[in-house]
Write a protein that binds this ligand. Structure first.
Ligand code: ATP
Length: 360
């Protein structure tokens, strides 16, 4: 995610209490009201993006981006560095103005009844839309001078939330983030995982219908990542929608109901993770590395796979029938191999190529 980040700051303040009607009528996922949404499949999207375009000079950073997200759905946006993820998310948040295209939020979120959508639209309804969004930026934007509890309180005030509401909500949010014992600690005293969970708690202070998460577990150790994933799964079960960017394919596979693969600013594939893998890849992969492995694509072994790729010092054989290949490999000395099912990383590399993208 680019350095501009996604923090949507203090612009949110005026809306919430001035339009209480929306808070009576919309579906509000609440941590005190945990209920499974898995059996409720709403027909209408919560959030819809149509044909977004953004140019910087002659560079087409976003080139026809369209997607929609339903209640309780996690949509993952994956793509190489410079693919246009940050720019797209910034346009969703109203932080970057698109050259053309539409960003809409459905304010009629009572997903249990068939209703016509009540669309709020960027930029004219920016404040109303932002009051329904929560954002966790990749970079720490917590206030270092305030305690954890104060960070939540100050952020809640940006949304115009009253003291009684915040008095009730803050302990629940700290508990949700497994940070009750750190309520009076300042961010500088927290581990990286704790800071990220505090940022998540802060993003939930306005009980958003849609969370935008920018690489939420980058830099976290495995334990901290798993705790974060567990909390995000809980939110999805409560009906919160998530738009997530990540460079971790295991995270994308674990959390995302659907994936949008983008490259050079445009969507190149969209679908459920397992379906995309089945659609684009051979089911089995044999990775081979070791002495003289790089010469293997030029041997008869290559005939035993439908596709052979080289990356660094590893040769990847993609096949529907790994048996004959594994048997033939035994005749080669000094090689090591790994036989595994095709995964999202294979998909990502097939669709976007193996060359490093330092620039978009
Ligand atoms: P990463 O995974 O590295 O964060 P990304 O997919 O988020 O990348 P963006 O940050 O959206 O990519 O950038 C898309 C392209 O637009 C890049 O080529 C980038 O250099 C360019 N770009 C982004 N913001 C600006 C800007 N403000 N001015 C000029 N070019 C920009």
């Amino acid at each position: 995610m680019g350095a501009q980040g996604l923090h949507h700051g203090t612009v949110l303040r005026p809306f919430v209490e001035s339009e209480p009607h929306f808070y009576r009528t919309r579906y509000k996922p609440s941590m005190s009201n945990i209920r499974s949404m898995s059996s409720v499949v709403p027909a209408l999207p919560v959030f819809q993006v149509d044909e977004l375009h953004k140019r910087y000079g002659t560079h087409h950073a976003v080139n026809g981006m369209s997607f929609e997200i339903h209640a309780g759905e996690c949509l993952g946006v994956i793509g190489p560095n410079g693919a246009g993820k940050t720019t797209s998310l910034r346009m969703c948040l109203g932080l970057t103005a698109p050259d053309s295209g539409q960003v809409r939020f459905n304010a009629h979120l009572d997903s249990t009844s068939a209703q016509t959508p009540q669309w709020l639209q960027m930029p004219q309804d920016a404040l109303a839309i932002k009051s329904r969004l929560g954002v966790v930026s990749q970079f720490d934007t917590l206030d270092p001078d305030f305690t954890c509890a104060e960070n939540l309180r100050v952020y809640g005030r940006y949304f115009g939330l009253s003291k009684p509401i915040l008095d009730e909500r803050i302990p629940r949010l700290l508990e949700f983030a497994a940070l009750s014992h750190k309520a009076q600690a300042k961010p500088g005293e927290l581990s990286g995982g704790m800071k990220r969970r505090l940022s998540l708690a802060r993003a939930l202070v306005n009980e958003p219908a849609l969370l935008l998460l920018d690489e939420p577990t980058t830099g976290l150790d495995p334990q901290a990542r798993h705790l974060m994933w567990e909390r995000l799964q809980r939110l999805l079960q409560q009906g919160t929608s998530i738009l997530l960017t990540t460079h971790f394919m295991d995270e994308a596979e674990r959390l995302c109901h659907r994936l949008l693969v983008i490259d050079h600013g445009r969507p190149i594939a969209q679908g459920r993770p397992r379906e995309l893998i089945a659609q684009h890849l051979e089911p089995d992969v044999v990775e081979v590395y070791g002495q003289n492995a790089l010469g293997l694509p030029h041997t008869p072994l290559a005939q035993l796979a439908s596709r052979v790729e080289v990356s660094g010092e590893t040769v990847f054989f993609y096949t529907a029938q790994a048996g004959p290949l594994l048997q033939a490999l035994q005749a080669y000395e000094g090689l090591r191999s790994l036989h595994r099912p095709a995964n999202l990383e294979d998909l990502f590399l097939k669709l976007t190529g193996r060359q490093i993208r330092e620039e978009g």
